[in-house]
Write a protein that binds this ligand. Structure first.
Ligand code: SAM
Length: 256
Protein backbone atom coordinates (compact mmCIF):
# COMPACT_ATOMS: atom_id res chain seq x y z
CA UNK A 1 0.00 0.00 0.00
CA UNK A 2 1.17 3.55 -0.73
CA UNK A 3 2.36 5.76 2.10
CA UNK A 4 3.88 9.19 2.85
CA UNK A 5 1.10 11.18 1.25
CA UNK A 6 -1.60 13.71 2.15
CA UNK A 7 -4.98 13.53 0.49
CA UNK A 8 -7.95 15.88 0.30
CA UNK A 9 -10.85 13.47 0.71
CA UNK A 10 -13.58 12.30 3.04
CA UNK A 11 -11.71 9.84 5.28
CA UNK A 12 -14.55 7.31 5.14
CA UNK A 13 -14.05 7.02 1.37
CA UNK A 14 -10.29 6.83 1.81
CA UNK A 15 -10.54 4.04 4.38
CA UNK A 16 -12.90 2.11 2.08
CA UNK A 17 -10.09 2.03 -0.48
CA UNK A 18 -7.29 1.21 1.98
CA UNK A 19 -5.98 -2.29 2.76
CA UNK A 20 -7.35 -4.02 5.83
CA UNK A 21 -4.96 -4.45 8.78
CA UNK A 22 -2.42 -1.99 7.39
CA UNK A 23 -2.06 0.80 9.98
CA UNK A 24 0.13 0.55 13.09
CA UNK A 25 -1.07 3.73 14.78
CA UNK A 26 -3.77 6.33 14.20
CA UNK A 27 -3.62 9.63 16.07
CA UNK A 28 -6.55 11.87 15.35
CA UNK A 29 -8.63 14.60 16.84
CA UNK A 30 -12.10 14.56 15.29
CA UNK A 31 -14.42 17.54 15.03
CA UNK A 32 -16.47 17.22 18.18
CA UNK A 33 -19.99 18.38 18.96
CA UNK A 34 -19.92 20.94 16.16
CA UNK A 35 -17.78 23.12 18.43
CA UNK A 36 -16.07 24.48 15.38
CA UNK A 37 -17.54 24.66 11.97
CA UNK A 38 -14.47 23.71 9.84
CA UNK A 39 -15.99 25.42 6.83
CA UNK A 40 -19.27 23.60 7.32
CA UNK A 41 -17.93 20.05 7.20
CA UNK A 42 -19.34 17.46 9.53
CA UNK A 43 -18.42 13.82 9.86
CA UNK A 44 -20.20 10.52 10.26
CA UNK A 45 -18.68 9.17 13.48
CA UNK A 46 -19.77 5.53 13.20
CA UNK A 47 -18.46 5.16 9.64
CA UNK A 48 -15.13 6.66 10.73
CA UNK A 49 -14.85 4.28 13.70
CA UNK A 50 -15.80 1.25 11.54
CA UNK A 51 -13.24 2.31 8.94
CA UNK A 52 -10.56 2.61 11.60
CA UNK A 53 -11.29 -0.90 12.85
CA UNK A 54 -10.88 -2.20 9.31
CA UNK A 55 -7.56 -0.50 8.54
CA UNK A 56 -5.90 -1.00 11.94
CA UNK A 57 -3.46 -3.89 12.18
CA UNK A 58 -3.98 -6.62 14.76
CA UNK A 59 -2.11 -5.13 17.75
CA UNK A 60 -2.40 -1.62 16.32
CA UNK A 61 -3.55 1.45 18.24
CA UNK A 62 -5.97 4.34 17.70
CA UNK A 63 -5.49 7.49 19.80
CA UNK A 64 -8.73 9.49 19.73
CA UNK A 65 -8.21 12.99 21.16
CA UNK A 66 -11.54 14.49 22.10
CA UNK A 67 -13.42 16.72 24.53
CA UNK A 68 -17.05 17.45 25.32
CA UNK A 69 -19.13 20.47 24.59
CA UNK A 70 -21.03 22.20 27.39
CA UNK A 71 -24.50 23.34 26.36
CA UNK A 72 -26.89 24.96 28.82
CA UNK A 73 -24.65 23.88 31.68
CA UNK A 74 -24.71 20.26 30.50
CA UNK A 75 -21.68 18.30 29.25
CA UNK A 76 -22.45 16.33 26.09
CA UNK A 77 -20.41 13.22 27.06
CA UNK A 78 -19.97 12.55 23.34
CA UNK A 79 -16.42 11.41 24.08
CA UNK A 80 -17.76 8.66 26.38
CA UNK A 81 -20.44 7.56 23.90
CA UNK A 82 -17.81 7.34 21.18
CA UNK A 83 -15.48 5.30 23.42
CA UNK A 84 -18.32 2.86 24.09
CA UNK A 85 -18.96 2.51 20.36
CA UNK A 86 -15.27 1.78 19.70
CA UNK A 87 -15.48 -0.94 22.34
CA UNK A 88 -18.69 -2.39 20.88
CA UNK A 89 -17.12 -2.82 17.43
CA UNK A 90 -14.18 -4.79 18.82
CA UNK A 91 -11.48 -2.41 20.03
CA UNK A 92 -10.13 -2.72 23.57
CA UNK A 93 -10.22 0.48 25.56
CA UNK A 94 -6.54 0.14 26.37
CA UNK A 95 -6.42 3.42 28.31
CA UNK A 96 -8.29 6.64 28.90
CA UNK A 97 -5.54 9.22 29.10
CA UNK A 98 -5.75 12.92 29.85
CA UNK A 99 -4.24 15.71 27.80
CA UNK A 100 -3.87 18.56 30.28
CA UNK A 101 -3.48 22.03 28.80
CA UNK A 102 -1.01 24.21 30.66
CA UNK A 103 -2.71 27.45 29.67
CA UNK A 104 -6.47 27.51 29.28
CA UNK A 105 -8.16 30.80 28.46
CA UNK A 106 -11.72 29.47 28.72
CA UNK A 107 -13.37 30.05 32.13
CA UNK A 108 -16.82 29.10 33.45
CA UNK A 109 -18.50 31.29 36.01
CA UNK A 110 -19.99 28.45 38.07
CA UNK A 111 -17.60 25.54 37.55
CA UNK A 112 -13.87 24.93 37.64
CA UNK A 113 -11.98 25.85 34.51
CA UNK A 114 -11.77 22.90 32.15
CA UNK A 115 -8.13 22.20 31.40
CA UNK A 116 -8.14 18.79 29.69
CA UNK A 117 -9.23 16.62 26.82
CA UNK A 118 -9.37 12.84 26.69
CA UNK A 119 -6.89 10.76 24.75
CA UNK A 120 -8.75 7.48 24.36
CA UNK A 121 -6.28 4.76 23.48
CA UNK A 122 -8.00 1.91 21.64
CA UNK A 123 -6.14 -1.25 20.70
CA UNK A 124 -7.07 -4.00 18.27
CA UNK A 125 -6.14 -6.89 20.55
CA UNK A 126 -2.97 -6.74 22.63
CA UNK A 127 -0.76 -3.78 21.59
CA UNK A 128 2.20 -4.82 19.44
CA UNK A 129 4.42 -2.04 20.77
CA UNK A 130 4.78 -0.21 24.05
CA UNK A 131 7.88 1.93 24.53
CA UNK A 132 7.07 3.80 27.74
CA UNK A 133 8.38 7.33 28.05
CA UNK A 134 10.55 7.40 31.16
CA UNK A 135 11.02 10.23 33.62
CA UNK A 136 13.41 10.76 36.53
CA UNK A 137 12.24 9.54 39.92
CA UNK A 138 12.20 12.04 42.80
CA UNK A 139 14.28 9.92 45.19
CA UNK A 140 17.41 8.30 43.82
CA UNK A 141 20.47 6.51 45.19
CA UNK A 142 20.30 3.91 47.98
CA UNK A 143 17.75 3.46 50.74
CA UNK A 144 16.78 0.94 53.40
CA UNK A 145 13.88 -1.03 51.98
CA UNK A 146 11.52 -3.42 53.78
CA UNK A 147 11.73 -7.08 52.78
CA UNK A 148 8.98 -9.64 53.24
CA UNK A 149 7.92 -10.02 56.83
CA UNK A 150 9.16 -13.36 58.26
CA UNK A 151 7.15 -15.77 60.48
CA UNK A 152 8.62 -14.00 63.52
CA UNK A 153 6.84 -10.82 62.44
CA UNK A 154 10.11 -9.00 61.95
CA UNK A 155 10.19 -6.85 58.87
CA UNK A 156 13.90 -6.73 58.05
CA UNK A 157 15.15 -3.82 56.06
CA UNK A 158 17.96 -4.14 53.55
CA UNK A 159 19.85 -1.52 51.62
CA UNK A 160 18.60 -1.38 48.04
CA UNK A 161 19.15 0.80 45.00
CA UNK A 162 16.24 3.04 44.05
CA UNK A 163 15.21 3.12 40.40
CA UNK A 164 16.38 6.36 38.81
CA UNK A 165 13.69 6.23 36.13
CA UNK A 166 10.02 5.34 36.02
CA UNK A 167 7.33 5.39 33.35
CA UNK A 168 5.22 8.53 33.11
CA UNK A 169 1.64 8.54 34.34
CA UNK A 170 -1.25 8.65 31.88
CA UNK A 171 -1.83 12.39 32.38
CA UNK A 172 0.26 14.34 29.87
CA UNK A 173 0.63 18.08 30.01
CA UNK A 174 1.39 20.44 27.12
CA UNK A 175 1.57 24.18 26.65
CA UNK A 176 -0.76 25.42 23.91
CA UNK A 177 -0.38 28.34 21.51
CA UNK A 178 2.63 29.63 19.57
CA UNK A 179 5.84 27.73 20.50
CA UNK A 180 3.77 25.43 22.72
CA UNK A 181 1.50 23.71 20.22
CA UNK A 182 4.02 24.29 17.42
CA UNK A 183 6.40 26.95 16.15
CA UNK A 184 5.00 26.68 12.60
CA UNK A 185 3.16 29.98 12.19
CA UNK A 186 1.20 28.66 9.24
CA UNK A 187 -0.38 25.90 11.36
CA UNK A 188 -2.49 28.48 13.17
CA UNK A 189 -4.44 29.11 10.00
CA UNK A 190 -6.23 25.96 11.19
CA UNK A 191 -8.54 26.62 14.18
CA UNK A 192 -7.72 23.56 16.29
CA UNK A 193 -4.11 22.43 16.06
CA UNK A 194 -2.96 19.65 18.36
CA UNK A 195 0.40 19.99 20.17
CA UNK A 196 3.23 18.44 18.18
CA UNK A 197 4.71 16.96 21.32
CA UNK A 198 1.45 15.13 22.08
CA UNK A 199 1.55 13.46 18.66
CA UNK A 200 5.25 12.70 19.02
CA UNK A 201 4.87 11.15 22.47
CA UNK A 202 2.19 8.76 21.20
CA UNK A 203 4.26 7.91 18.10
CA UNK A 204 7.26 7.04 20.28
CA UNK A 205 5.10 5.06 22.72
CA UNK A 206 3.12 2.89 20.31
CA UNK A 207 5.33 2.49 17.21
CA UNK A 208 8.85 1.74 16.07
CA UNK A 209 10.80 3.29 13.19
CA UNK A 210 9.34 2.34 9.81
CA UNK A 211 5.82 1.79 11.16
CA UNK A 212 2.83 3.40 9.44
CA UNK A 213 1.01 6.27 11.22
CA UNK A 214 -2.37 7.54 10.02
CA UNK A 215 -4.45 10.65 10.68
CA UNK A 216 -7.81 10.46 8.87
CA UNK A 217 -8.73 14.05 9.87
CA UNK A 218 -5.26 15.55 9.86
CA UNK A 219 -6.14 19.26 9.73
CA UNK A 220 -2.84 21.15 9.68
CA UNK A 221 -0.90 17.87 9.51
CA UNK A 222 0.55 17.63 13.03
CA UNK A 223 0.47 13.82 13.26
CA UNK A 224 2.04 13.39 9.81
CA UNK A 225 4.75 15.95 10.47
CA UNK A 226 5.77 14.23 13.69
CA UNK A 227 5.65 10.78 12.09
CA UNK A 228 8.02 11.97 9.36
CA UNK A 229 10.34 13.63 11.90
CA UNK A 230 10.53 10.36 13.82
CA UNK A 231 11.24 8.13 10.80
CA UNK A 232 7.78 6.64 10.62
CA UNK A 233 5.66 6.42 7.45
CA UNK A 234 2.50 8.49 7.34
CA UNK A 235 -0.86 8.93 5.62
CA UNK A 236 -2.86 12.11 6.24
CA UNK A 237 -6.35 12.94 5.05
CA UNK A 238 -8.62 15.94 5.45
CA UNK A 239 -11.91 16.86 3.84
CA UNK A 240 -10.81 20.49 3.54
CA UNK A 241 -8.57 21.47 0.62
CA UNK A 242 -7.41 24.53 2.51
CA UNK A 243 -6.24 22.50 5.54
CA UNK A 244 -4.47 19.92 3.37
CA UNK A 245 -2.52 22.78 1.79
CA UNK A 246 -1.41 23.90 5.26
CA UNK A 247 -0.40 20.33 6.09
CA UNK A 248 1.60 20.10 2.82
CA UNK A 249 3.52 23.24 3.68
CA UNK A 250 4.37 21.92 7.14
CA UNK A 251 5.55 18.58 5.72
CA UNK A 252 7.69 20.45 3.17
CA UNK A 253 9.35 22.36 6.01
CA UNK A 254 10.42 19.04 7.57
CA UNK A 255 11.50 17.53 4.27
CA UNK A 256 13.73 20.54 3.59
C1 SAM B 1 -9.81 18.99 15.26
S1 SAM B 1 -9.42 19.15 13.58
C2 SAM B 1 -7.89 18.25 13.45
C3 SAM B 1 -6.70 19.10 13.79
C4 SAM B 1 -5.38 18.38 13.64
N1 SAM B 1 -5.21 17.35 14.65
C5 SAM B 1 -4.21 19.37 13.69
O1 SAM B 1 -3.31 19.20 14.53
O2 SAM B 1 -4.22 20.32 12.92
C6 SAM B 1 -10.58 18.11 12.76
C7 SAM B 1 -10.43 18.03 11.25
O3 SAM B 1 -11.34 17.07 10.73
C8 SAM B 1 -11.61 17.40 9.38
N2 SAM B 1 -12.75 16.59 8.93
C9 SAM B 1 -14.04 16.69 9.31
N3 SAM B 1 -14.77 15.72 8.72
C10 SAM B 1 -13.90 14.98 7.97
C11 SAM B 1 -14.05 13.83 7.13
N4 SAM B 1 -15.23 13.24 6.97
N5 SAM B 1 -12.94 13.34 6.50
C12 SAM B 1 -11.75 13.94 6.66
N6 SAM B 1 -11.55 15.03 7.44
C13 SAM B 1 -12.62 15.54 8.10
C14 SAM B 1 -11.83 18.92 9.48
O4 SAM B 1 -11.69 19.53 8.21
C15 SAM B 1 -10.75 19.32 10.50
O5 SAM B 1 -9.58 19.80 9.87
Amino acid sequence: MEFNYLVNQNCVELMNSMDENSIDLTITSPPYDQLRNYEGYDFDFKSVADGLYKVTKQGGIVVWVVGDRIKNGNKSLTSFKQAIYFQEIGFNVHDVMIYRKKNTPFMRSNAYTNCYEFMHVFSKGKPNTYNPIMIDTVRQGFEKMPTNKGPDGVNNKVIGKLNSKKARTNIWEYAVGMHGTTSDKIAFEHPAVMPEKLAEDHILSWTNEGDLVFDPMCGSGTTCKMALKNNRKYIGCDISKEYIEIARKRIDLVSK
